[in-house]
Design a protein around this ligand. Structure first.
Ligand code: DTR
Length: 341
């Protein structure tokens, strides 16, 4: 009898052990982990939009996804973002297309001097350009969203009030914006934004050409006491995901991300526009920055120098087989539509 009881007990313990080892675990217990790399420091706008996207995705997927963000180039830097994401060093990455102008030709068309009035219109124009042309440059990744900066202006350590003042002055810009600086006669120096504080500090450049929120976010207003308002050239950005990481996601998670694409593009445009206003006010008030408006006659001279840039771009890329005229027409049409909203 005692022996029987012993056997029964051992059997029960064994059965319990087996079921705990082999029992299928609930599928929802562990969230899917994704890494998201970004190149500039955490307080800057590309990272602010990254945190917003992360929060929204985590919320809208009911915690099915957990995203670890890596600002400040800690996982991937400004120039290896696209390749790093394609190689799977990060699941997601945010890149500034202007840093590789030859690679993202169609979408970099948005930094031609087209008169895109603000980041919201710029962002929607860029997104719809991407959707319409589906550029080959993005065929190996999943594009999660795109957006642009606000139009660029000159921030400098010396006052620039006319074309004589800008001639030969070393100013930093990348991509399409660089062509614009050259046309005005500046000595254009190319480098990604995170390298700019040191270049300014060391006197390698006397200023930069970018959207003005950086006056506050990078504290450029402490060195650059002058801003010349030109309101030209936005810089386009993309957020891309490794294709295998994308394909591994459940359909409902993919849907959440797809549904967020345009919303995120608009959100970022608005954040940027509002933040530029805030940065200008802060620069004037606390840093005593002078905002220089070009006179009407002077502005006409500056604009005249930019007129050939778009025509030249069309000529060059048409010769290489791109529907360059159509691209420019579409950008203008999208801009009109979204400026009217
Ligand atoms: N204007 C581009 C892109 C840019 C504008 N603001 C930021 C902040 C952080 C990184 C990049 C940018 C540029 O000058 O690089």
């Amino acid at each position: 009898m005692r022996q029987k009881l012993g056997f029964a007990l051992a059997g029960a313990v064994f059965a319990l052990l087996i079921t705990t080892i082999w029992m299928p675990r609930p599928a929802t217990a562990e969230p899917i982990k994704l890494s998201y790399a970004n190149f500039p420091p955490a307080p800057t706008f590309p990272c602010v939009q990254m945190e917003r996207w992360k929060e929204e995705v985590e919320k809208r997927t009911g915690g099915q996804v957990a995203i670890d963000t890596y600002p400040g180039g800690t996982l991937l830097g400004a120039k290896n973002m696209m390749d790093g994401v394609m190689a799977g060093q990060a699941d997601i990455g945010c890149l500034c297309m202007a840093y590789q102008p030859g690679r993202f030709v169609i979408t970099n068309g948005t930094s031609l001097p087209l008169g895109l009035p603000n980041a919201k219109v710029g962002s929607l124009t860029l997104w719809h350009l991407y959707v319409k042309y589906q550029p080959e440059a993005f065929s190996k990744v999943k594009v999660l969203t795109m957006f642009t900066t606000a139009p660029s202006n000159i921030m400098s350590r010396i006052p620039i009030r006319n074309l004589e003042d800008i001639r030969g002055v070393s100013l930093r810009a990348s991509g399409g914006a660089a062509q614009i600086l050259k046309a005005w006669g500046a000595n254009q120096v190319g480098m990604p934004m995170p390298a700019t504080p040191e270049a300014l500090q060391k006197g390698v450049v006397k200023g930069l050409f970018s959207s003005l929120e950086v006056m506050k976010d990078f504290k450029f207003a402490e060195l650059c006491k002058y801003v010349t308002m030109t309101e030209t050239a936005v810089y386009p950005f993309a957020v891309v995901m490794n294709m295998d990481s994308w394909k591994r996601l459940p359909k409902d998670v993919q849907k959440v991300m797809d549904d967020l694409a345009v919303e995120q593009c608009q959100w970022t445009g608005k954040y940027m526009d509002d933040h530029v206003d805030e940065a200008i006010a802060w620069s004037k008030k606390t840093q005593h920055v002078e905002i220089i408006e070009l006179t009407k006659d002077e502005k006409a001279k500056w604009d005249k120098l930019l007129a050939p840039i778009t025509a030249k771009w069309i000529e060059v890329w048409k010769a290489k087989g791109l529907p360059a005229e159509g691209i420019v027409e579409d950008m203008r049409a999208f801009a009109r539509i979204y400026a009217g909203q």
